[in-house]
Design a protein around this ligand. Structure first.
Ligand code: ADP
Ligand code: MG
Length: 700
């Protein structure tokens, strides 16, 4: 992190960046072990933070210990012997005084027979429980010997396991690092911010987190001590600084100022009246587009709320101004659907729309040619759009649907096909606010909050596996009403093979149960043209039940399909189920979603699934999901690694996050380049921290 050009030779940072081997007791072997954990310098080591603490502040009198307690005790060895326990010989010490005695046992520690003897005084730290004979016993307690005095009389840090280095060893090394180097640790956080937010000074915070002297144990355990708060703040602050700088760069960049005169004209082409929410969002987008900076906006809205039409209006505006539009979706089916609805909505306009996916080699050349010449106005497609061979004549707007399904780099490539084009990204995954601030802190966000009128809320009901019969009965009723059904195996992607097998077997089983119905199966291994054929038949009503894996995309829009059965629902995140069920409930017909799951009455799975049964609010569901499953669910593959915060936790520390955000954005507004001298160190750290960040934040 220090190869910076402007890193100052005299900086005390040089000291703290000494190799780990400059610490006492760190030879070649230990050094390698640290390297394996990414710890190279003293600085790195200081940020290996305790994962918990042991309370070794005082000796607990033996008679005060209760079963289950962990305690530090002092006593006399009343007896030391080998005892035979089932098939093992263990070493046992009886320790205490004439009133109280506990038993301490070690398996395979006969050596102690030579090191200790009856009448010796001994200090132990261990977890005690009542033995069948009512005597308190402890297995493998730690013996604190002479020279280990610093291991007692304090709250002792417990570090993450580092293979081959004992806790005691890590503590000694850490102690040396702190004693010798902590005064060289300069605080990069501007004093003004530190004082305004009442944060401890960095060196003091680090020291206190490793070897607490003022913190309360209860606070430490829930990561609420002032020292921890400081470190949490820092983690968020660095991230928010990245976002703030990124955003400030974009907002100072020259972009396209689209003309918006007569934009009202466009509304004429709409086949329906926009919802209030859609109108607001379009207004926000148009305002962005009219500004001479690149738009960078995220459009959020539950499945079926009508994002596509909003995106198309933006597209029209771009085309109207003489620019081209790229509209990228994560899958073939979605791209095709967008293509079809775009054709439909632009029928009365004089626009050229084309589709480009990797499955269509024969037309592809013609399409690419048209795009390059500028004959094609709107190019819709999959990842195929970011191939090198795709060149735009004049790309003005990039629209990315289900944006989290693309990596940062992929999004960036699309953008780079134009000169600072406006970018509109869309997602149907409602992002809880706290997470949004972290993930999309550099974007402007628009939210569509209502569904088009006339939609009946989807009724969701949870069934236990053993009530499968009831589900079949409802399914039959629905089909008799003339409706169609999806049966989904929402299995996780890694197990694609299993996925296939389950859906295939299920299709067979369903055919056996409903021999009179038309049942089709669709999954990732069905060739594309066949898949399209099946979807087409389903759309036309020729298929009653469509059994599928998750290949049927979230955005798919088939009005007559009103029932969805989700198998193995317990395996899924709530947000995911919520999105899946969004495929039904797309019309005025009442729709249902039946969840089939195996669960125990009191289990977590049932509790979770009850939430989705009760609420249809995507944001609320997302919050619950975040609380239960953590942020992984909301992040693309690439982004999740980033969330290995050392101490910070987006949910628990939401308040600190918002403080850090305010300070970071405030600072960047004041000094966008961190150019002032006071920010020298911060600037260096910031640059260092950017390594790996470009994976996470769009490269501008
Ligand atoms: P999503 O936000 O999931 O992408 P879509 O854009 O696919 O939603 O819209 C879902 C359906 O609702 C489409 O059939 C679309 O034509 C229809 N729709 C969108 N907006 C309205 C509206 N304001 N009034 C009526 N129907 C609408
Ligand atoms: Mg959509």
């Amino acid at each position: 992190m220090c190869s910076d050009t402007d890193s100052n030779k005299e900086s005390p940072y040089k000291e703290i960046l000494s190799p780990i081997s400059s610490l006492k007791g760190v030879g070649k072997v230990i050094t390698r072990k640290f390297w394996k954990r990414g710890v190279y310098t003293v600085y790195d080591l200081l940020f290996v933070l305790p994962r918990s603490y042991q309370d070794r502040r005082e000796f607990i009198p033996i008679h005060e210990i209760k079963s289950g307690d962990t305690a530090l005790i002092k006593g006399k060895i009343m007896e030391i012997r080998r005892v035979r326990l089932r098939y093992r010989t263990v070493l046992e010490m009886l320790i205490g005084n004439e009133h109280e005695i506990i038993s301490a046992r070690w398996i395979g520690a006969s050596l102690y027979l030579y090191r200790f003897k009856k009448e010796d005084n001994i200090i132990l730290f261990g977890r005690f429980r009542a033995s069948p004979k009512k005597m308190l016993e402890t297995y493998h307690p730690e013996i604190i010997e002479d020279g280990d005095e610093y291991e007692i009389g304090r709250l002792l840090p417990v570090y993450p396991e580092i293979e081959g280095i004992s806790q005691r060893r890590i503590r000694r090394i850490m102690m040396d690092a702190i004693n010798r180097f902590i005064q060289n640790l300069e605080d990069p956080l501007p004093t003004k911010i530190r004082e305004a937010r009442r944060l401890s000074e960095l060196g003091a915070a680090i020291k206190e987190v490793h070897f607490p002297s003022e913190s309360r144990l209860e606070d430490l355990r829930i990561r609420r001590s002032p020292a921890q708060r400081r470190l949490i703040f820092d983690e968020f602050f660095m991230l928010q600084l990245t976002l703030a700088i990124k955003r400030s760069k974009t907002s100072r960049k020259k972009g396209i100022a689209f003309g918006v005169q007569g934009v009202q004209e466009l509304y004429r082409f709409l086949p329906f009246k926009l919802t209030g929410s859609q109108a607001n969002v379009i207004h926000e987008i148009i305002t962005d587009m009219s500004r001479p900076f690149p738009m960078n906006r995220l459009l959020q809205g539950d499945v079926g709320c009508g994002k596509t039409v909003v995106a198309l209006m933006a597209a029209w505006l771009a085309v109207w101004n003489g620019y081209q539009v790229a509209f990228m979706a994560p899958t073939q089916l979605l791209a095709e659907q967008h293509y079809l609805s775009t054709l439909e909505l632009t029928r009365k306009m004089n626009l050229k729309v084309a589709l480009l996916t990797s499955g269509m080699s024969s037309f592809a050349d013609g399409v690419r040619d048209g795009v390059k010449k500028g004959d094609i106005d709107i190019l819709i497609g999959t990842h195929a759009l970011i191939q090198e061979s795709v060149k735009f004549h004049r790309l003005g707007l990039a629209i990315i649907d289900e944006q989290h399904r693309f990596g940062v780099a992929q999004r960036a490539i699309l953008k780079q096909k134009g000169i600072s084009p406006d970018v509109l990204t869309m997602t149907a995954t409602p992002i809880p606010r706290t997470l949004g601030l972290t993930l999309y802190g550099d974007l402007d966000i628009s939210v569509i909050e209502e569904l088009p009128p006339g939609r009946k809320p989807i009724q969701t009901k949870l069934f236990h596996e053993r009530d499968r019969g009831k589900v079949y009965k409802i399914l039959r009723e629905e089909i008799e009403k003339g409706r169609q059904v999806y049966m989904v195996y929402p299995l996780i992607e890694e197990s694609e093979k299993m996925d296939l097998k389950d859906a295939t077997q299920m299709a067979e089983k369903i055919r056996g149960i409903f021999p009179d119905l038309h049942i089709a199966l669709i999954h990732g291994k069905v060739p594309l043209d066949q898949r399209e054929g099946i979807m087409e038949e389903f759309k036309e009503g020729a298929i009653d039940i469509l059994v599928s894996t998750t290949v049927i995309e979230v955005g798919i829009n088939i009005i007559n399909a009103t029932l969805m059965v989700i198998e193995n629902a317990e395996r899924f995140g709530l947000s995911q189920i919520h999105q899946l069920r969004g495929r039904v409930g797309r019309s005025a017909y009442p729709s249902k979603c039946l969840l089939l799951a195996s669960y125990r009455k009191t289990g977590e799975a049932r509790k979770r699934l009850r939430i989705i049964e009760k609420t249809t609010d995507g944001f609320k569901i997302a919050e619950e999901d975040l609380a239960i499953r953590g942020p992984g669910e909301f992040l693309g593959e690439r982004q999740s690694g980033f969330y290995q915060f050392r101490v910070a936790n987006i949910m628990r520390d939401a308040e600190i996050l918002s403080e850090a955000r305010k300070e970071a954005f405030g600072l960047v507004e004041y000094d966008p380049e961190l150019a002032y001298r006071t920010y020298n160190l911060l600037r260096q750290m910031f640059r260092g921290s950017q390594r790996g960040m470009d994976e996470f934040v769009d490269v501008a």
